[in-house]
Ligand binder design. Structure first.
Ligand code: XUL
Ligand code: CO
Length: 440
C-alpha cells in the first residue's frame, strides 16, 4: 500500500526538553495521568473535513495544499483518503476520527447513487478499523454546503428540502452505527436566518426539533447506543444561528422535550464567537448535565470569525481539562481537532506539526489540570467563599425554610452586612494557576 508520508516516522514521546519538531513534548499516550492513560483521558480525534479535505481555499484564493491524495477520480480519491487518514492516525497515536458523510464520499448526482458510493467507503473504513483498532468518535451529515440547503436544512422553508435532509441524516446515522461510532452530531450549519423579514422563526425551530426527534427515534430503533450532540455556534455562515450557545441550546432542548436525548459538543472557537470563554461553555454544560464532547481549536482575538486554528493556548487547555475532569472525564465523547493548519502552512509536514502542537497543548492541559485539582487551593477557596450557605440563614434558605418575612426580620436585626464580604482574590488565584503551570 502507498505510504503517503514516507518521510514522517511514528511520532515518539521525547519529553519537554526535546527540540525534535516531530516528537511529542507532553503527550505520552500510555503514561498514566489522573488515574487513566493519557490516550484514555484525552481521546483525541482527527477531523476528516479539515485534515483530509481542506486545502486552504478561502474567500480570496484557491487552495494551497494538495489534498488530492494522488487520485483524480472522486471514488478512488475517497478510498485513498481513508488510507492516508489511517496512516496519519497511526503515526500520531490518534485513536479516533470524525466525519461528515460528504467528507468521506462526495455527491454523485442522485441520492441513490451517492448512497451506494458512500456505502463502499464506509465498508472500507470498517475494514481499516478492524485492522488497526481505530474508532469512530462521531459522524454527522453535511446538510449545509449543497445549494439545496441555502435556506437551511431542518429549518428550510421548503418541506422538500427538509425531507432530503432527513434522508441524508438517516443514512449518516446508519453509517455511524455501522462503524460503531459513539456519537452523532448536529451542528446547525445554516439553521438560522439572515433577516426576520422573510423568516417564520417559530415554525423553523419547531421543525428543527421535529427532525431531531425523528433522528433520535430512528437511531435508537437501529441500535445506536451512543450520544446525540448539538454543537452550539452563534453565527457563521448565517447571521444568527438558532443553536447560539450552550444556554440557548439547553432551553431549546427542554422546550421540545429533547433534553434526555442530547448532550453538547462544545467548540472553543464557537464559544469565542458567542462572546464566552471556552471554559464558560463547558461549565454551563457540566452544571446542567449536558457535557458530552469537545471540538478542540481556537480563534484569534483580533479576528471575528471561525478561524479553526489548532489550539496552542495553554491557559484555555488547562481550564478546559479542569472542566472535563470535574465532569467525570469523557464517556462517549472526546477531543476532536476541528482545526486546520493556516493557509500558508501547506506542506504535508504541517499536518503533523499542527497536530503535535494541539495534542501537546491538551496533554499539558491535562497534566496541569490534574495538578490544579490535587493542589486543591482554588477549589478550597471557592468552597470557603460560599460557606455562608452551609449553616444558619444560608442553610435555611437552601432548605426552603426561610420566607421573605423571615429574611426581613433577619436583615433588620443584623444591620449592614460587612463581616461576610471576603475579598474575591482574583489576582491571587490567577497567580496560583500560573504557579501550577510554570512549575509543571
Ligand atoms: C463548523 C463546525 C463543523 C461541525 C460539524 O463551524 O464546527 O465542522 O463541527 O459539522
Ligand atoms: Co466543530
Amino acid at each position: 500500500m502507498t505510504e503517503f508520508f514516507a518521510n514522517i516516522p511514528k511520532i515518539p514521546y521525547e519529553g519537554p526538553k526535546s527540540t525534535n519538531p516531530l516528537a511529542f513534548k507532553y503527550y505520552d499516550p500510555d503514561a498514566v495521568v489522573g488515574g487513566k492513560t493519557m490516550r484514555e483521558q484525552l481521546k483525541f480525534a482527527l477531523s476528516w473535513w479539515h485534515t483530509m479535505g481542506g486545502d486552504g481555499t478561502d474567500m480570496f484564493g484557491v487552495g494551497t495544499a494538495d489534498k488530492t491524495w494522488g487520485q483524480k477520480d472522486p471514488a478512488a480519491r475517497a478510498i485513498a483518503k481513508v488510507d492516508a487518514a489511517f496512516e496519519i492516525m497511526d503515526k500520531l497515536s490518534i485513536d479516533y476520527y470524525c466525519y461528515h458523510d460528504r467528507d468521506l464520499s462526495p455527491e454523485y448526482g442522485s441520492l441513490a447513487e451517492t448512497n451506494a458510493e458512500f456505502d463502499k467507503v464506509v465498508a472500507y473504513c470498517r475494514k481499516k478499523q478492524e485492522e488497526t483498532g481505530k474508532k469512530l468518535l462521531w459522524g454527522t451529515a453535511k446538510c449545509f454546503d449543497h445549494p439545496r440547503y441555502m435556506h437551511g436544512a431542518g429549518t428550510s422553508p421548503s418541506a422538500d428540502v427538509f425531507a432530503y435532509a432527513a434522508a441524508q441524516i438517516k443514512k449518516a446515522i446508519e453509517s455511524t452505527v455501522e462503524l460503531g461510532g459513539s456519537g452523532y452530531v448536529f451542528w446547525g450549519g445554516r439553521e438560522g436566518y439572515e433577516t426576520l423579514l422573510n423568516t417564520n422563526m417559530a415554525l423553523e425551530q419547531d421543525n428543527m426539533a421535529r427532525l431531531m426527534r425523528m433522528a433520535v427515534d430512528y437511531g435508537r430503533s437501529i441500535g445506536f447506543k451512543g450520544d446525540f450532540y448539538i454543537e452550539p455556534k452563534p453565527k457563521e455562515p448565517t447571521k444568527h444561528q438558532y443553536d447560539f450557545d450552550t444556554a440557548t441550546v439547553i432551553g431549546f432542548l427542554r422546550k421540545y422535550g429533547l433534553d434526555k436525548d442530547f448532550k453538547m459538543n462544545i467548540e472553543a472557537n464557537h464559544a469565542t464567537l458567542a462572546q464566552h470563554t471556552f471554559q464558560h461553555e463547558l461549565r454551563v454544560a457540566r452544571d446542567n448535565g449536558f457535557f458530552g464532547s469537545i471540538d478542540a481549536n481556537q480563534g484569534d482575538a483580533l479576528l471575528g470569525w471561525d478561524t479553526d486554528q489548532f489550539p496552542t493556548n495553554a491557559y484555555d487547555a488547562v481550564l478546559c481539562m479542569y472542566e472535563v475532569l470535574k465532569a467525570g472525564g469523557f464517556t462517549n465523547g472526546g477531543l476532536n481537532f476541528d482545526a486546520k493548519a493556516r493557509r500558508g502552512s501547506f506542506t504535508p509536514e504541517d499536518i503533523f506539526y499542527s497536530y503535535i502542537a494541539g495534542m501537546d497543548t491538551f496533554a499539558f492541559g491535562l497534566r496541569a489540570a490534574v495538578k490544579l485539582i490535587e493542589d486543591g487551593r482554588i477549589d478550597k477557596f471557592v468552597e470557603d467563599r460560599y460557606s455562608s450557605w452551609n449553616s444558619g440563614i444560608g442553610k435555611d434558605i437552601i432548605d426552603g425554610k426561610a420566607t421573605m418575612a423571615d429574611l426581613e426580620k433577619y436583615a433588620l436585626e443584623k444591620g449592614e452586612v460587612t463581616d461576610s464580604l471576603g475579598s474575591g482574590r482574583q489576582e491571587m488565584l490567577e497567580s496560583i494557576l500560573n504557579q501550577i503551570m510554570f512549575t509543571l
